[in-house]
Design a protein around this ligand. Structure first.
Ligand code: MSP
Length: 504
């Protein structure tokens, strides 16, 4: 089974913050999960480098747009490495492969009679890279709060209005196309309200892809940007990637850019006679300690800061666990420490640590040779799979915690430290049974925390080629007698560094 999923491509007007890391980590969790379940995955991320917003930011910084794009695109690449994102490709919209592809898409839409030349007169927000109707403005600003400016210029238009019915039919025939459900209703009612033709070129600046056949115009940055999902596969060539991976299985995006992905993008694709992606899922937005994250408030958190203070897997886990996926959420340092300590240090970490230490001391550091007492986990594995497939990472993670809780409760009830004298055979059975359940927990932890999962699986001497969902079954249970490496802590408890007495 092939599975193609994408993050949005990030604007290069600034450096990455945790909002961006969030989108990428969520996609990565799904990409790793799909690989674990045997799919042939293509996972794309990259940077969105053209348009007025980038040009303006570059001018303000005294740089050429290309220089700013080069520097910030590299920061997004670094963020992907930092967060352990397993993308298979990284596309930049300034690359020749993308430019050629976006122009080919334009020509295909034009050849179908979906593009005409006219002039645009109306409001534009550079921050949002979006056109707004007069009626949408709130106190002279975009509904997002962004400033708008009046634009009057020659422009090519896309006949979006002619896709009104086709889009509604598509949504009705593909109820899974837009998620979560509440967002589907939002988009459907927006389209029901009527669609105007869309301005898809600009003439008042030049930082963009030239319109084929009329070099005075550059393409509207959203048409350019959306085309990345196809250009990375080699469109318009009939490449193996196009055959295997188009239409995309999932575009995972933030709620702010859902309309571009569920109205404009499918209409562009229909106009170019290309299949429409199977699913677009919108996640919510993070605030920081109750405030909107913004440059002017200076409260944007760099992913690097969280990773260096709390650890990589701890950061990935917290981002996925704190907010039900799809909802808005708030980042608070206090909550981050609570989640890390209660779910990772005290629960999973403690479970692994105490079990492996007891095995080390009482079973000669080998997988105990004893009968297994089964700890129920089939229900959790089903719950986990259903929620992962439904893009409900938060709840899937809760399933893992529930299973770890069950193991901890099992240890407390069985009290292997007592059994040591009373019934050593049973003690070995208890330790073996827990170790075997930890093996399962670590396999399903992998998409969230790849490094820690691998570390625990190594402590259990699970061969590297036996760590997929297929290996959850009892036929791959830990082999009695296998020597285990000395136990090591996996999730240390996070402790605030004590403030120095001088307050420095
Ligand atoms: N360049 C466009 C996307 C083009 S896709 C063809 C863009 N870029 S962005 O850099 O502004 O945003 C990229 C992603 O980061 C979006 O999914 C957006 O929702 C997400 N986030 C940016 N700030 C965020 C938060 N404060 N919280 C959560 N996600 C946020 O839009």
């Amino acid at each position: 089974m092939n599975f193609y999923l994408t993050t949005p491509i990030y604007y290069v007007n600034d450096r990455p913050h945790i909002g961006h890391a969030y989108t990428s980590v969520a996609c990565d969790v799904l990409a790793r999960y799909k690989r674990l379940s045997g799919a042939n995955v293509k996972f794309l991320t990259g940077t969105d480098e053209h348009g007025q917003k980038i040009e303006k930011a570059a001018t303000a910084a005294g740089l050429t747009p290309q220089a700013m794009a080069d520097a910030n695109s590299q920061h997004f690449r670094d963020m992907a490495r930092l967060m352990n994102i397993s993308n298979d490709d990284f596309i930049r919209t300034t690359e020749p492969r993308h430019i050629a592809s976006a122009q080919a898409l334009w020509k295909k839409m034009e050849a179908g009679g979906h593009i005409y030349l006219d002039s645009y007169k109306g409001w534009y927000s550079v921050r949002d890279e979006a056109y707004y109707q007069e009626s949408e403005l709130v106190d002279g600003k975009a509904p997002t709060g962004a400033d708008v400016e009046w634009v009057e210029e020659p422009s090519y238009f896309f006949r979006l209005s002619s896709f009104h019915e086709k889009l509604l039919e598509y949504y009705a025939a593909h109820p899974g196309f837009i998620g979560p459900e509440s967002r589907r209703n939002e988009v459907t009612s927006f389209v029901k309200g009527g669609l105007k033709d869309l301005s898809i070129s600009r003439t008042t600046f030049s930082w963009g892809i030239k319109v084929p056949g009329n070099e005075k115009h550059v393409m509207y940055v959203w048409l350019d940007a959306l085309a990345n999902y196809l250009s990375a596969l080699g469109y318009p060539d009939n490449t193996p990637d196009i055959n295997d991976f188009w239409p995309a299985d999932l575009h995972l995006v933030g709620k702010d850019i859902l309309r571009f992905h569920t109205v404009y993008w499918p209409a562009f694709l229909m106009a170019a006679q290309l299949p429409v992606p199977k699913r677009v899922f919108a996640h919510g937005w993070w605030t920081i300690e109750g405030e909107k994250m913004s440059k002017s408030l200076g409260n944007a958190i760099a992913p690097q800061n969280l990773v260096s203070e709390f650890g990589l897997d701890q950061t990935r886990w917290f981002l996925m666990r704190e907010v039900p996926f799809g909802n808005d959420g708030n980042f608070s340092r206090e909550r981050m420490i609570q989640v890390i300590n209660s779910e990772l240090a005290n629960n999973i970490g403690n479970l692994v640590q105490r079990t492996l230490t007891m095995i080390h001391k009482n079973a000669e550091g080998k997988v105990p040779a004893a009968a297994i007492i089964s700890i129920p986990c089939q229900d959790i594995l089903e719950y986990y799979n259903n929620n992962m497939n439904n893009i409900n990472f938060t709840i899937a993670g809760e399933g893992i915690i529930t299973l770890a809780n069950r193991c901890n409760a099992f240890i407390d009830v069985q009290a292997p430290w007592k059994l040591k004298k009373e019934d050593p055979e049973k003690m070995l059975s208890v330790l073996y049974s827990i170790a075997e359940t930890i093996r399962k927990i670590s396999i399903i932890l992998y998409p969230f925390m790849p490094e820690s999962s691998s570390k625990i699986l190594a402590l259990l001497a699970v061969p590297e080629d036996q760590r997929t969902l297929d290996h959850l079954s009892g036929s791959y249970a830990l082999k009695p007698g296998t020597p285990l490496p000395p136990p090591e802590p996996v999730f240390p408890r996070f402790m605030e560094k004590a403030a120095s007495p001088s307050g420095a």
